[in-house]
Design a protein around this ligand. Structure first.
Ligand code: ATP
Length: 205
């Protein structure tokens, strides 16, 4: 197994690159998807969240109302820190469990982690970190035009994340997504070749 961390700014194209890598045979472990699963009733973060934030964060059917949770947690730094302290380790554990299930296979496992931090390399035993990169104004335009995100929301989210330079400084491999989808497919072909070479080098070592 080769474990690849995939990251990039909001709207950079991580999900699109993940889907293209899955077409080429990669196994995808998606942090955003797991973040939704761990807060489902019965999930490891559900009870601790209700205990910390109260039943006011629940919808009538007992599931976590993400908008209600965001409304209490996002404006208050202490509450946001608690929310992250409950959910992030739960997400990390599930990701690691899924990664470990692939040990001993010849799969390329891609861990899609929007906020990948340097310590994830060791924690998740990543063989390489791939950054999906595009100019911030291109990401902003995609979020507003294709995902219909209000401009102020998109700008606020972009301002809250690490800078393009910080992300690129942590990259082993970069996928340029400043062009159209055809160009991106070419970039992912090139990336897949680099990943195959890493896998071969590893097998020969
Ligand atoms: P988020 O950080 O919100 O999870 P993301 O990094 O996963 O976003 P995507 O959802 O893959 O980004 O891409 C954002 C939007 O831009 C989507 O609507 C996607 O279809 C579109 N998109 C991505 N790459 C391109 C491209 N090269 N050309 C045109 N549209 C693109």
């Amino acid at each position: 197994m080769l474990a690849i961390g995939l990251t990039g700014g909001i709207g950079s194209g991580k999900s699109t690159v993940s889907a293209l890598l899955a077409e080429r045979g990669a196994v995808i472990i998606d942090a955003d998807r797991i973040a939704r699963q761990v807060v489902e009733p019965g999930g490891p973060a559900y009870g601790p969240l209700v205990e910390r934030f109260g039943a006011g964060i629940l919808a009538a059917d007992g599931t976590v109302d993400r908008a209600a949770l965001a409304a209490v947690a996002f404006p208050d730094p202490a509450a946001l820190a608690d929310l992250n302290a409950i959910t992030h380790p739960a997400v990390g554990l599930v990701m690691d469990e899924r990664r470990r299930a692939e040990l001993g296979t010849d799969h390329v496992v891609v861990l899609d982690i929007p906020l990948l931090r340097p310590e994830h390399r060791q924690l998740l035993e990543l063989d390489a970190v791939v950054v999906v990169d595009c100019p911030p104004e291109v990401a902003l335009a995609r979020l507003v035009e294709l995902r219909h995100m209000p401009l102020a929301d998109a700008e606020a989210r972009m301002a809250a994340q690490p800078s393009r330079q910080q992300r690129l400084a942590g990259a082993d491999l970069v996928v340029d997504n400043s062009g159209d989808l055809d160009q991106l497919r070419g970039e992912v072909d090139r990336l897949w070749e680099q990943i195959r070479q890493l896998a071969t080098a590893r097998a020969d070592a």
